[in-house]
Design a binder for this molecule. Structure first.
Ligand code: NAI
Length: 303
C-alpha cells in the first residue's frame, strides 16, 4: 500500500492551537505538508486571544523536522480569514488544503439563549468556514487543486439539547460544502465535512475522564487528513470519526408516493399515506439539487 504523503502540499488548519486542529496539523506536517497553524488563542467560549497556542504547535512541528508558520487571526471576520490564507501564500506561495476546524461553544437552552451567543457561534463556525473557504478558493482554482474539510457536529446533524446556535451553524456548514462540491468539481476541489467525536477542552465539561481518554483526537485525525490527500476523490461527503469508529452519514430521501396531479390532492390523502411518505425504505442520497429534482420529474406521470 502506497504511503499517503503531502510533500509540496500547503495546508491551512484553523483552530489548530489545541484539540483536534492540533492533531490534524501535526499529522499533515509529519506526512510532509507545510502547515499554517492558525489559532486565535482564546477560551472555549470565544473570549480572549493569545499567540501561545499556535506558536507551541508550530514549535512541535519544527521539533519533529516539519515546516509550519503560525497565524493568530480570527476566522470570524473576512479580513482575518483573508489574512490566514495570505499567510500561506506569503510563506509558501499557495494553498492546497484547508481544514475549517476553529470553533467555540455558547451552550444554553433555546429560551435562555442570548442573541450574542447565537451571533458569536454563527460567526466563528458558519461565517468562519465560509470566509476561509472563500479566501482559499481562487488560489485552489488557479492551481486546479484543492481539498477542503470542515468540522460539523452530531449536534447539527442529529440535534442536541442546548445547542440551537451551534447546531444551526454546524448544519449550515454541511449546506455550504454541498454547494462547494458542485462549484469546485471542475477545478479538482473536493469539499467534505467531518463529524468528529473527541475528548478536547470543548467536550471536557460534558464527558467523564475515562471517556475522554478513549476518544483521543488522534483517532479522528487519520480520516480528516486522508480527506486532504490527492487520493481522496470524494466530495460532498459527511464523514464521522471518533474512538476508532469511521463512517459516513448523509441526507437520504425516501421513495415517497406520487398522486395523480390531474385531481386535487387532499389532506385525507396525506393522512392515509403518511407512513409511505415518511418511510426511508429504499432511501437514496442525491448528489445535487438538480439530480433530486430531476428524479422527481422523471417519476411524474407527465404526458
Ligand atoms: P477546541 O476548543 O480544543 O479547539 C478549537 C480551537 O479553535 C481552539 O484552539 C480555539 O482557540 C480555536 N478558535 C476558536 N475561535 C477561533 C477563531 N475565531 N479563529 C481562530 N481560531 C479559533 O475544540 P475541538 O474539540 O478540538 O473542536 C474542533 C472542531 O471540531 C470545532 O469546530 C468543534 O465544533 C468540532 N467538533 C468537536 C467535537 C468534539 O467531540 N471535540 C464534536 C463535534 C464537533
Amino acid at each position: 500500500m502506497a504511503e499517503v504523503r503531502f510533500d509540496d502540499r500547503v495546508a491551512v488548519v484553523t483552530g489548530a492551537g489545541g484539540g483536534l486542529g492540533r492533531e490534524y496539523a501535526l499529522l499533515l506536517a509529519a506526512r510532509g505538508a507545510k502547515v499554517v497553524v492558525n489559532d486565535l488563542g482564546g477560551a472555549f467560549d470565544g473570549t480572549g486571544s493569545g499567540h501561545t497556542a499556535a506558536e507551541q504547535v508550530c514549535q512541535e512541528i519544527k521539533d519533529a523536522g516539519g515546516e509550519a508558520v503560525p497565524n493568530f487571526d480570527s476566522v470570524a471576520d473576512w479580513e482575518g480569514a483573508s489574512s490566514i490564507i495570505k499567510t500561506a501564500i506569503d510563506a509558501y506561495g499557495k494553498v492546497d488544503i484547508l481544514v475549517n476546524n476553529a470553533g467555540i461553544l455558547r451552550d444554553k437552552s433555546f429560551l435562555k439563549m442570548e442573541m450574542e451567543d447565537y451571533e458569536k457561534v454563527m460567526a466563528v463556525h458558519l461565517n468562519g468556514t465560509f470566509f476561509c473557504s472563500k479566501a482559499a478558493f481562487p488560489h485552489m482554482r488557479e492551481n486546479a487543486y484543492g481539498r477542503i474539510i470542515s468540522a460539523s457536529s452530531a449536534a447539527g446533524v442529529y440535534g442536541n439539547f442546548g445547542q440551537a446556535n451551534y447546531g444551526a451553524a454546524k448544519m449550515g456548514i454541511v449546506g455550504l460544502m454541498h454547494v462547494l462540491k458542485q462549484e469546485g468539481a471542475k477545478y479538482n476541489i473536493m469539499a467534505n465535512v467531518i463529524v468528529p467525536v473527541a475528548g478536547t477542552r470543548m467536550t471536557a465539561t460534558v464527558l467523564p475522564p475515562n471517556l475522554l481518554e478513549l476518544l483521543k483526537p488522534e483517532f479522528v485525525a487519520p480520516l480528516v487528513v486522508w480527506a486532504c490527500s490527492e487520493g481522496c476523490a470524494f466530495s460532498g461527503y459527511t464523514f464521522v470519526a471518533g474512538g476508532g469508529y469511521f463512517s459516513r452519514t448523509a441526507f437520504m430521501e425516501g421513495p415517497g408516493v406520487f398522486f395523480d396531479v390531474s385531481q386535487s390532492i387532499t389532506l385525507e390523502m396525506i393522512d392515509e399515506n403518511i407512513d409511505k411518505i415518511t418511510s426511508l425504505d429504499g432511501a437514496v442520497p442525491y448528489g445535487s439539487a438538480t439530480e433530486q429534482t430531476g428524479s422527481i420529474l422523471g417519476k411524474m406521470n407527465i404526458s
